[in-house]
Design a protein. Sequence first.
Lengths: 117, 117
Amino acid sequence: MASDQLSSTFAALADPTRRAILARLTSGEASVTELAEPFDMSLPAVTKHLKVLQRAGLISQSREAQWRPCRLRASPMREAAEWMEPYRQHWEQRFDRLDDYLRVATGKPVLRTRRKK
Amino acid sequence: MASDQLSSTFAALADPTRRAILARLTSGEASVTELAEPFDMSLPAVTKHLKVLQRAGLISQSREAQWRPCRLRASPMREAAEWMEPYRQHWEQRFDRLDDYLRVATGKPVLRTRRKK
């Protein structure tokens, strides 16, 4: 399986349950039981997903508190987003070309406001 | 395997060869032979990677030209980058807190310039 950090990050993100767990953790740390709550899934199944996220470094689990809360770790996601930056330029250029075309065709910049959001 | 678009995108990105193929395509369309060139890999192995990228919608292959060039498709990568946006806020907040701490400790904003790039 994936041995480099970027591959581990993307592989960990390639699952809707794991992405939902990460989304929950943006609003603060949570115990395994709290994280399992919204899913129609056994605790061991959720724990398995947490292990994938942990191995990829996307979350960490405290060893101090008795309820061992999980929390987000920022750096792997940051690295993944940085890897995507050149592609952002690619799709924005495409958008610019479409905008230029529509401006010529309609006489106004149809897409500018959407692109700037 | 992954049935939703985001999961397919991330699963396709979870491999260094596939990411290198995408990186090559940012500088323009290329034939399968051209894409295979930099890799110590058989043509069928490269074709297999291209199929994963194609199924995820990250590339498309022209049926018109005889050399059937591959090109990047922007929208799945864009969707993935948009999914990451809330996490960007998360790590920037963490960076701000670290910056605030260092400013108090050293008397100057050590990290600001790096964060703004």
